[in-house]
Design a protein around this ligand. Structure first.
Ligand code: UD1
Ligand code: UDP
Length: 384
């Protein structure tokens, strides 16, 4: 019987990043695949599964509005444990640093099932930012058997923490597999205003925000900065697909009321979001995944955070960390819109995060770990 790999995931970014791996597992001649979603996100998760044609085998359906981190952790542990007991997979794969992924890793570890950590070794080196993700990813490292680092920078972080070299493979980030398989399709926008904008050639500022450490005054400042930019730049259209979290909406949206050149939308389906990324002039975000995708499309990215666990594109010059100070956000967006040399210096298409073969390397590394077949050569672009 072929070994069974259980993939557990629950939020939008995890779903995007595991989708190509689940496809590759389903195509594998040596491994079998089973999927469990926690439902930590509901609509945003289901939308990604629909786009990639994935029907999960189990759904814990844990999302509650206003859920606390401890409630997410508790409900995932409680929901997953009986499934692990009944199914007895040979390995459990988790992705990244959400509370779903750490809880699932813990549930598997308690059942003595090997944990495979996809997107392992990212570190901001600041336990309070991103919160709680930096802690989540370090905890998952401690209890994982196989560490799939996206880049050699993340591999070096793991090595510094004493993780054994033979348990690490450098795969590239599977988000690039997802992006490359989606963006070229030029999928139509559901919203006619976005379709008109995409065909118009007018400048676009694409904004996403959701980070917990920015909740409160920092996120109000983001809202005020967007409003000031929109008022000062009448030719510009700001596109803001707003996260479903009510905390985010309550902080940002009141500042944008009545501004005709700010298009606030529901979260865009992945194909539409990647098309908007490819249309955008400038990207302003606090997202991890967007920091990885936009550089490969040659888009300048201003990151509203004090630090990043993704230094590769900062080093390449495509991503700039600008924090959440309102005036700094206004200044940096304005500079990119009006200083052509500065824009050209940042608008380089670079691919430090992957070459589109991360899922293939991931499946080969899992099979090898389970005693089947050979690993593929590590992905390597950035020297450590
Ligand atoms: C979570 C992850 C974060 C990841 C982010 C991606 C944790 C601790 N945080 O943060 O690492 O970067 O997802 O977006 O794991 N909601 C809906 N429908 C949805 C999704 C969310 O209504 O489809 C609302 C709910 O009210 C929910 C709230 O958003 O309670 C917050 O969701 P939650 O997963 O707790 O936190 P995020 O901030 O989304
Ligand atoms: N994304 C999307 N629709 C949107 C906004 C983002 O499909 O309206 C995608 C984006 O392309 C990226 C992922 O969602 O792959 C990032 O998710 P998010 O910012 O929520 O989480 P993070 O990456 O910060 O953990």
């Amino acid at each position: 019987m072929k070994p069974l790999v259980m993939t557990v995931y629950g939020t939008r970014p995890e779903a995007i990043k595991v989708a190509p791996v689940i496809r590759a597992l389903e195509d594998s001649s040596v491994l079998r695949s089973i999927t469990v979603v926690t439902g930590q996100h509901r609509e945003m998760l289901d939308e990604v599964n629909d786009i990639f044609g994935i029907v999960p085998d189990h759904d814990l359906d844990i999302m509650k509005h206003g859920q606390t981190l401890a409630q997410i952790l508790g409900r995932v542990l409680e929901g997953l444990d009986p499934i692990l007991e009944a199914v007895r997979p040979d390995a459990v794969m988790v992705q990244g640093d959400t509370t779903t992924s750490t809880a699932a890793a813990l549930a598997a570890f308690y059942r003595q099932i090997p944990v495979v950590h996809l997107e392992a070794g990212l570190r901001s080196h600041d336990i309070s930012s991103p919160f709680p993700e930096e802690a989540n990813r370090k905890i998952t490292t401690q209890i994982s058997a196989l560490h799939l680092a996206p880049t050699s920078v993340s591999r070096a972080n793991l090595m510094r923490e004493g993780v054994a070299a033979e348990t690490i493979a450098v795969t590239g980030n599977t988000v690039i597999d997802a992006l490359l398989g989606t963006v070229d399709k030029h999928l139509p926008f559901t919203d006619p205003a976005l379709e008109e904008l995409a065909g118009s050639g007018r400048p676009v500022l694409l904004v996403t925000t959701h980070r917990r450490e920015n909740w409160g005054e920092a996120m109000h400042g983001v809202g005020r900065a967007i409003a000031r930019i929109a008022r000062a730049e009448p030719e510009l259209t700001v596109v803001l697909p707003i996260h479903r979290n009510p905390v985010v909406r309550e902080a940002v949206l009141p500042h944008l009321a009545g501004l005709a050149n700010v298009l606030v939308t529901e979260p865009l389906a992945y194909g539409q979001f990647t098309r908007m990324l490819s249309v955008a002039t400038v990207v302003l975000t606090d997202s991890g995944g967007v920091q990885e995708e936009a550089p490969s499309l040659g888009k300048p990215v201003l990151v509203m955070r004090e630090n990043t666990e993704r230094p590769e594109a900062v080093d390449a010059g495509t991503v700039m960390l600008i924090g959440t100070d309102e005036q700094r956000i206004v200044d940096e967006v304005t500079r990119l819109l009006h200083d052509a040399d500065h824009y050209a210096a940042m608008a380089n298409a670079v691919n430090p995060y992957g070459d589109g073969r991360a899922s293939e390397r991931t499946v080969a590394a899992i099979a090898h770990h389970l005693g089947l077949g050979e690993r593929i050569d590590d992905f390597g672009v950035i020297a450590t």
